[in-house]
Design a protein around this ligand. Structure first.
Ligand SMILES: [Fe+2]
Length: 251
């Protein structure tokens, strides 16, 4: 989700939408909520109060310095696992569904353009094993630029996790599917925010920077707001039975 428009639609629409969809757990990627880059503790608390059970982050995790001490203590806000070993916070946490089912949530960063400290491939198997020791329902948010990395990770984890859902590119992909082993996958779940924009940024500013190469201070756009995501259904064994894109115009 991106900026104030994204936060507004989450605060005004998420609870009702959860009821309409019967969504028992809601995971939200919140790394772009603070003016388009990063997140603050106050904004994280607002998103949790608005109906998100767990917040994942990404390459902009550390943009706001106040988030570091918050992440050290936070149980419902996680950052990519493949960062420095001593970085505050964690890359795996658990949410609890209305019926008591625990849902393990793993957050990792892809390599292309994002240059994580470690490759997600070095630690994804251990993270999934750790999550599965507690629950068969495990969701992976793979925050990555390259479709190939996201598809490869979903294929690698097929049969071991409930869903592998991509974030970061902000454009919802048309490839929601259940893989042969029972893992739901979608390369990018889309953007909750202003779609009359260049992936959330005022289009004229983004285009000016691309055309001239000159530094431009980006501002979050405000038109064409939509709430986007994916709805995954699974059985008690953690195998996915359905995945559907969510795409709700607002207001
Ligand atoms: Fe990102």
């Amino acid at each position: 989700m991106v900026g104030r428009p994204g936060r507004t639609v989450v605060e005004e629409r998420l609870r009702g939408l959860r009821e309409e969809l019967g969504a028992e757990v809601c995971i939200l990627n919140g790394e772009n909520v603070a003016d388009g880059v990063g997140i603050t503790p106050k904004l994280a608390e607002r998103l949790l109060a608005a109906g998100a059970d767990l917040i994942t982050l990404g390459n902009h995790t550390w943009r706001r310095s106040e988030i570091a001490p918050y992440l050290r203590e936070a149980e419902r806000v996680i950052r990519p696992a493949n960062t420095w070993a001593e970085a505050p916070g964690r890359g795996l946490a658990f949410a609890t569904a209305a019926d008591g089912t625990e849902v393990g949530v793993v957050n990792v960063l892809g390599s292309l353009f994002l240059d994580p400290h470690r490759s997600m491939w070095e630690l994804i198997d251990d993270l999934v094993d750790e999550a599965r020791e507690r629950t068969p329902v495990v969701v992976v948010d793979v925050h990555a630029e390259a479709t190939s990395e996201k598809v490869a990770l979903a294929t690698w984890l097929d049969g071991r996790v409930t869903a592998v859902l991509g974030t970061h590119t902000h454009v919802q992909t048309a490839d929601a599917r259940i893989l042969p082993g029972g893992t739901a996958a979608m390369t990018d779940v889309g953007m909750t925010g202003p779609h009359d924009s260049v992936i959330g940024v005022k289009a004229d500013l983004a285009i000016h920077r691309m055309r001239t190469g000159m530094p431009v201070r980006f501002e979050v756009a405000d038109g064409g707001v939509r709430l986007e995501g994916a709805l995954v259904t699974c059985g008690p064994d953690g195998r996915a039975t359905a995945i559907e894109p969510v795409r709700v115009p607002w207001p």
